[in-house]
Design a protein around this ligand. Structure first.
Ligand code: F6R
Length: 265
C-alpha cells in the first residue's frame, strides 16, 4: 500500500481529492456507469470540499457517477440530520449535482434491518465494482463500522457499535452518547475489498495508533483496517500527527519524494 505522509490535513484533503478525481475520471473514460464509494465522518470533509471546489471552479464533472455509502445508523428516521444519507447529501452530493436517486445507502430505517443489509449488498454488487472507495479509520482500527473482531471476509450486515465508537460519535449528537444508535448497517471488510481503489484518510494524533497497527501491524481482525494489507491498490493519506507512530515513516517520505511523475495515485 502507498502511505502518503503529508504536513497538514489540508494537504491530505488535496491528495485524496486528486486520487478520487483520478480514479473517477479513469473509470468514466472506460465508459459505463461509475460507482464512487463514500465514507462519512469528519476525516474526508476537507477532501469533499476540495472536490466541490474543483466541480465549481474547474468543471470537474460527476455526470454518470453513482454513489454508494459505506454504512448507516440503524433506527434513525429517514431525513434525520445525522443519518449518513443526510450528511453526505448536505456535505457533498447535492452540491456535486448528483440526483438523490443515484446516491445509495443502506436503509437504516427499515423494519427489517437484517434484510436491508442483504439488499444493500446485492444492490452494490449489481452496480459495482466500486471504482474508488473513500475510507476513514476509527481510533480503535475500525473500517466502515467493522469493529474489532469483525471477520476479514465479512459482507454487508448489521453490527453493534462499541461504546468507544458511540462516545467518539457523540459529538455529532450534541455530546449525548445515549442519542447515538447502538446498531449500524455496514459494508463488510470483504465487501470493501471488492473496490478497485481504496483511499483512506486519517488526520490527528487520536488516529496514530490505529494507523500504525493497520499499516505495520499483523493482519488481524483485532485491527479491522489491517485488512487493507490484502488489497492491491490502497492509497493511505495521513498527516504528520496521524502518522506519528509509523516506524517506516522515513521510507514513506523517501518513496513519495521519488515518485515517478506519471505514477499517479
Ligand atoms: C464513516 C465510517 C467510519 C469513520 C470512522 C472515522 O462512514 O465508516 O469508519 O470513517 O469512524 O470517523 P471520523 O472521520 O469522524 O474520525
Amino acid at each position: 500500500m502507498e502511505v502518503v505522509l503529508l504536513p497538514t490535513p489540508e494537504d491530505c484533503g488535496r491528495v485524496v481529492a486528486d486520487a478520487v478525481a483520478g480514479s473517477v475520471l479513469a473509470a468514466l473514460g472506460r465508459g459505463g456507469s461509475v460507482v464512487l464509494g463514500l465514507a462519512t465522518g469528519s476525516s474526508p470533509l476537507l477532501a469533499y470540499r476540495e472536490l466541490l471546489r474543483r466541480h465549481r471552479e474547474e468543471g470537474l464533472s460527476f455526470d454518470g457517477v453513482q454513489a454508494f455509502l459505506l454504512d448507516e445508523y440503524v433506527g434513525l428516521p429517514a431525513g434525520h440530520p445525522e443519518s449518513y444519507r443526510e450528511v453526505i447529501r448536505r456535505e457533498l452530493t447535492d452540491e456535486l449535482g448528483l440526483d438523490p436517486a443515484v446516491v445509495h445507502g443502506p436503509d437504516g430505517a427499515a423494519a427489517d434491518p437484517l434484510q436491508a443489509a442483504h439488499d444493500y449488498e446485492d444492490r452494490l454488487l449489481a452496480a459495482g465494482p466500486v471504482a474508488v472507495q473513500v475510507l476513514g479509520i476509527g481510533a480503535n482500527g475500525h473500517l466502515g463500522f467493522n469493529e474489532p473482531g469483525s471477520s476479514l471476509a465479512s459482507r454487508t450486515r448489521v453490527k453493534t457499535l462499541t461504546e468507544e465508537t458511540r462516545i467518539d460519535n457523540a459529538r455529532f449528537f450534541g455530546d449525548d452518547v445515549t442519542a447515538v444508535p447502538r446498531h449500524v448497517i455496514t459494508q463488510g471488510l470483504g465487501t470493501i475489498l471488492g473496490a478497485e481503489h481504496l483511499v483512506l484518510v486519517a488526520t490527528g494524533e487520536a488516529k496514530a495508533a490505529a494507523i500504525a497497527a493497520a499499516v505495520e501491524g499483523p493482519l488481524t481482525a483485532s485491527c479491522p483496517a489491517s485488512v487493507l494489507q490484502l488489497h492491491r491498490h490502497v492509497t493511505l493519506v495521513v498527516d504528520e500527527a496521524a502518522g506519528a507512530q509509523l516506524a517506516r515513516a522515513d521510507y514513506y517520505r523517501y518513496v513519495l519524494s521519488h515518485k515517478l511523475t506519471d505514477q499517479g495515485w
